[in-house]
Ligand binder design. Structure first.
Ligand code: T46
Length: 134
C-alpha cells in the first residue's frame, strides 16, 4: 500500500478582479492553525525538509510556481507535485518529508498546527524509521 496522501481543494472565490483563496482553521484544514511560514528563492537543485515531526501537523500550499514533495511513512513513499494555489497537501505528524524541484518562482506556504520547536524535529532517517515501526 502506498503512503496515504491527503489533499485539500480550497474553493477559489474569483470575480472579475482576480482570485482569492481563504483557509480557515479546523474548517478547511483539520487542525487549529498556530503558525504560518513560507519558503521562496529556493534553487532548483536544493532539497529541503528531510525530517519528520513528532507531533506537528502541516498543510503545504504552493501559492506560486511548483515543487515536488516526497512523503514517507517509514514503510512506503509517494511523490506529490504541488503546482496549484488552491490545493493543499497534508504533511502529518510522523511523516518523513522532502521538498525539491522548486521552480524559480516557487512560493511554498506552510500552515502549521503549532509554534516552531526544534525539539519536535526528527532529522535522522534511521531514528525516524525505528520510531515509525512502533
Ligand atoms: C517543515 C518543512 C515543510 C524558524 O526559526 N522558525 C520557523 O517557523 C521555521 C519553519 C524555521 N525556522 C528557522 C530554522 C532554520 O534555521 O529557519 C531555518 C530554516 O528552517 P529549516 O531548515 O527547518 O527549513 P526546511 O525548509 O528544511 O523545513 C521547513 C520547516 O522547518 C519544517 O517544519 O516541515 O519546511
Amino acid at each position: 500500500m502506498r503512503v496515504k496522501i491527503t489533499t485539500f481543494n480550497f474553493p477559489i472565490r474569483g470575480d472579475d478582479r482576480g482570485s482569492l483563496v481563504a483557509i480557515e482553521e479546523s474548517l478547511d484544514i483539520p487542525f487549529p492553525l498556530r503558525r504560518v511560514y513560507y519558503i521562496f528563492n529556493t534553487g532548483h537543485d536544493c532539497r529541503r525538509g528531510s525530517h519528520a515531526h513528532h507531533t506537528l501537523r502541516q498543510v503545504l500550499v504552493c501559492v506560486h510556481g511548483s515543487c515536488k514533495i516526497l512523503l514517507d511513512d517509514g514503510q512506503e513513499r509517494a511523490e506529490v507535485v504541488l503546482d496549484q494555489a488552491s490545493r493543499g497537501l497534508l504533511v502529518d505528524r510522523m511523516i518523513w518529508h522532502e521538498m525539491y524541484d522548486f521552480s524559480g518562482d516557487c512560493v511554498l506556504l506552510a500552515l502549521a498546527s503549532d509554534l516552531y520547536d526544534e525539539g519536535d524535529y526528527i532529522r535522522n532517517y534511521d531514528e525516524f524509521a525505528a520510531l515509525a515501526e512502533c
